[in-house]
Design a binder for this molecule. Structure first.
Ligand SMILES: Cc1cc2nc3c(=O)[nH]c(=O)nc-3n(C[C@H](O)[C@H](O)[C@H](O)COP(=O)(O)O)c2cc1C
Length: 215
């Protein structure tokens, strides 16, 4: 298996796959990578449907503007975020777990700021959590992508979806789960081209390391 650094350097979006199944052990390894991801307050909003059935993959392709690699991939992870991960009762459970695990002191449960937050989220409008749910789920899903690379598999994120509701119906995704995207994973057919990345100076808002005279 590749190291994380090797996987990050070697990964590139793969849009042509051999029709070779991906073993269940590898699929479970990728899901485990997602499961271990960090999230704000350990909210873990990510939810997945694992699709290996040829007919379902064909339908997913149709519902994603006909992108052929979705049907070719050995496995497609359908990426969802459960907004109820941000309900007051779930948040309380996560907080209690953090105290039990020794991450937070017991006083965290009687903290006035926390108590006020709990009161304000008794009946939350979960729509306000769309952004954190999306951000946290993307982090976990990139773990899947990097684990795929570490296992020698290719992958490609899919955000171009023509009918989200139809995919939710097809796979029985619950109402309060948002469908965020797909990740197609499989054995690459050839080596995908490298897509150029911005040079370091373009992503730094100030130089690093600081040049002489800079403070
Ligand atoms: C959120 C997200 C959605 C994407 N959606 C698609 C897609 O629908 N179809 C596709 O071919 N590539 C898709 N991509 C892949 C990007 O085009 C690709 O990551 C980018 O061009 C950089 O290339 P690289 O991944 O090889 O470094 C998506 C990537 C991300 C992160």
């Amino acid at each position: 298996m590749l190291t994380v650094a090797e996987a990050m350097r070697q990964r590139r979006s793969t849009r042509s796959f051999k029709r070779t199944p991906v073993p269940d052990e590898m699929i479970l390894e990728m899901l485990e990578a997602a499961r271990q991801a960090p999230s704000a307050s350990n909210s873990q909003p990510w939810r997945y449907v694992v699709v290996t059935d040829p007919e379902e993959k064909k339908e997913l392709r149709r519902l994603c503007f006909g992108q052929a690699f979705i049907e070719e991939a050995g496995v497609v992870f359908v990426v969802c975020a459960d907004l109820s991960s941000y309900s007051g009762s779930t948040y309380k459970k996560r907080r209690q777990e953090a105290v039990d695990a020794g991450v937070l002191p017991a006083s965290a449960l009687s903290d006035p700021v926390y108590k006020r937050l709990m009161e304000s989220t008794d009946d939350p409008d979960l729509a306000v959590y769309v952004t954190p749910a999306t951000a946290n789920t993307y982090i976990a899903t990139e773990h899947i992508v990097l684990m795929a690379a570490a296992l020698g598999l290719g992958s490609c994120w899919v955000g171009a979806i023509s009918d989200r509701e139809a995919i939710k119906r097809l796979l029985g995704v619950p109402e309060n789960s948002m469908l965020l995207g797909l990740v197609a994973v499989g054995y690459a057919n050839g080596t995908p081209p490298y897509r150029p990345k911005l040079p370091l100076e373009d992503i730094l808002l100030r130089p690093f390391p600081a040049t002489a005279g800079d403070k």
